[in-house]
Design a protein around this ligand. Structure first.
Ligand SMILES: Nc1nc2c(ncn2[C@@H]2O[C@H](COP(=O)(O)OP(=O)(O)OP(=O)(O)O)[C@@H](O)[C@H]2O)c(=O)[nH]1
Length: 325
């Protein structure tokens, strides 16, 4: 039912226009090259010329999603695009550089779609913050741009406070404090041109500032995975067997408020069909499907500060009872 291949790690690069995402991507690709990892990149730009893509040269497999923002117009396609890249190039690691205008929560949602087609694992959201711009916007304190910037900061699992060379020492402290207030969980690293010393977390080591995790690859062959960070969290569970539909509906009905989104594909033990399920803010919805080609049975949960171990236990319990039914 599910592919046995190890889950491909995916990193989302977020940050406002001109903050330094492309600079970061270049460094990430350099690290991969030195470490012998084959990366693949998904980029999108507003407008129809991908200038950043041309800067990266032709060596790295890359999907460009032009003329639109990943998060709104072509969200569904993002999942397919990731799947296609993995099939064609079998990368060790995938980076998604979203346009500076993208709402990262929406992009995250698109990334989770891909988990239905491919064993992937969203490993982190790296937000590049333009230090001077943050202070400037913070001073003005309102507007859609500032709101978007705050959302990009809120959902990060690693924050790069970039353009530190353009900040006075007291400004640096002020910017760090602002980041802390917006996101108390992600480690903050002040950078000049996104230079950080230690990239080893890309290889499956813990993110900077995080305790080392017990699973070296971050992947658990039993079919479950939960994330190392506790702010915005994504739990991906690949089902090992059919489950009871009533028990699953009951589980969705009692999900805590902190889990605001779930979706996936399930096979029920008590109905002879597979279903696509969607859950958002207490409403759930099931659609009978007959997938073409290989599709994984998977459930993805997105939320903030929820008890992922408890959720994993519930999911496993569900599978055990499904077998008896
Ligand atoms: N002074 C200074 N300039 C920087 C730093 N990091 C990046 N830049 C410059 O800022 C500009 C934007 O950097 P990019 O990496 O292209 O930023 P981006 O986020 O990819 O930009 P978009 O593609 O427009 O979203 C470039 O001219 C960089 O050279 C930094 O730490 N300090």
């Amino acid at each position: 039912m599910n592919e046995n291949r190890q889950a491909t790690p995916v990193f989302l690069l977020s940050g406002f226009l001109g903050s330094g995402k492309t600079t970061l991507l270049r460094r990430l690709l350099d690290y991969c090259k030195a470490a012998g990892l084959q990366p693949a990149v998904i980029m999108n730009e507003l407008g129809d010329a991908n200038l950043d893509g041309q800067l990266l040269g032709g060596e790295v497999p890359m999907a460009e999603m032009l003329s639109g923002c990943i998060c709104c117009t072509i969200r569904g396609d993002l999942g397919l695009e990731i799947g296609r890249l993995i099939d064609e190039h079998r990368p060790d690691i995938v980076f998604i550089e979203s346009t500076g205008a993208a709402n990262p929560m929406e992009t995250l949602d698109g990334v989770t779609d891909a988990a239905m087609y491919k064993a992937i694992e969203l490993r982190g959201v790296i937000t590049v913050v333009d230090g001077p711009e943050l202070l400037e916007r913070g001073r003005r304190g309102k507007g859609r741009t500032y709101k978007l910037m705050r959302e990009q900061i809120r959902c990060a699992t690693l924050l790069l406070l970039n353009k530190a060379d353009k900040l006075e020492p007291e400004q640096l402290v002020e910017a760090q404090q602002q980041l802390r207030e917006l996101n108390a969980h992600a480690p903050v690293t002040a950078t000049v041109r996104c230079a950080i010393d230690d990239w080893s977390w890309l290889d499956g080591h813990a993110m900077p500032g995080r305790p080392t995790r017990n699973r070296p690859s971050g992947h658990d062959e039993a079919g479950g995975h939960s994330h190392a960070h506790d702010h915005v969290m994504v739990v991906t569970h690949y089902w090992r067997r059919p489950i009871s539909s009533t028990a699953f509906e009951a589980l969705l009905a009692r999900l805590p408020d902190e889990i605001y989104r779930a979706k996936g594909i399930v096979t029920f033990s008590d109905t002879p069909s597979r279903f696509l399920f969607q859950y958002a803010y207490k409403e759930s919805d099931f659609i009978r499907i007959e997938p073409q080609g290989q599709v994984n049975d998977v459930a993805v949960f997105i939320g903030e500060h929820f008890d992922k171990d408890e959720l994993m236990r519930e999911l496993e319990r569900l599978e055990d009872t499904g077998e008896q039914a």
